[in-house]
Design a binder for this molecule. Structure first.
Ligand SMILES: [Mg+2]
Length: 222
């Protein structure tokens, strides 16, 4: 599925790619609505419906990913709520082994995430993957999300890579679409970003279930 001899740079998404998206789905679809209902004396179903409507209106924007924006909007300390669930942060299967192999292969490996810096910090405290990356790039720092073509232009300016020899793995199709338009040649998605949901069968880009399907060769030492 991947010809590793054609790849020099690997760009990896965090949530739903390296980490199980169940954490995020549970947080936004259950934990926050429950607390929001309690704070505002709402029925849980009403709280969920209200919040989903507000979230959907910002989907794919940098705001949608901003913990500070939603903390202010909802008048809740969302970083504190997230920390309550930190024990639920999980790496997806084979991730550490995959990252070890990539690191040993001397390819450039970047984490590229739309996660808010406070979310990134909470996740990396729970499951520290940061040592495996040459760069950790947060779209909030570039002021534009990965769904926007400009993200890839700015990434290229800051951390040059050859798009023809670059692989991006990301569970969000609109992100893969923007990267494709930019010219990144190798694109993969995840078939089951949230381990508690069904596998997806209708992805636009080729997908893997787990990283063991594309494990790079073991580095040969002299
Ligand atoms: Mg993702």
């Amino acid at each position: 599925m991947i010809d590793w001899s054609a790849i020099d740079t690997v760009l990896l998404d965090m949530d739903g790619t390296l980490l199980d998206l169940h954490f995020d789905n549970f947080f936004w679809q259950e934990h926050v609505p429950l607390r929001y209902a309690q704070l505002n004396a709402l029925e849980e179903a009403q709280s969920l419906a209200d919040l989903m409507q507000r979230f959907d209106a910002e989907q794919g924007s940098l705001r949608w990913y901003s913990l500070d924006y939603w903390s202010e909007q909802l008048q809740m300390d969302l970083p504190a709520l997230k920390r309550e669930l930190a024990h639920m942060v999980r790496a997806r299967p084979f991730v550490e082994h995959f990252l070890q192999r990539l690191h040993a292969s001397h390819r450039q490996v970047y984490l590229v995430t739309n996660a808010h810096p406070k979310t990134l910090a909470i996740k990396m405290e729970a499951v520290d993957l940061s040592p495996w990356f040459d760069e950790v790039v947060v779209s909030h720092d570039l002021d534009v999300p990965k769904e926007d073509l400009r993200f890839w232009q700015l990434l290229q300016e800051r951390h040059p890579f050859d798009p023809q020899r670059t692989l991006l793995i990301d569970d969000t199709e609109t992100v893969l679409q923007a990267a494709h338009e930019y010219g990144i040649a190798h694109l993969l998605t995840l078939l089951q970003p949230d381990s508690s949901l069904q596998k997806r069968l209708d992805t636009t880009f080729p997908g893997i279930h787990h990283f063991d399907e594309i494990m790079p060769e073991e580095a040969v030492h002299d």
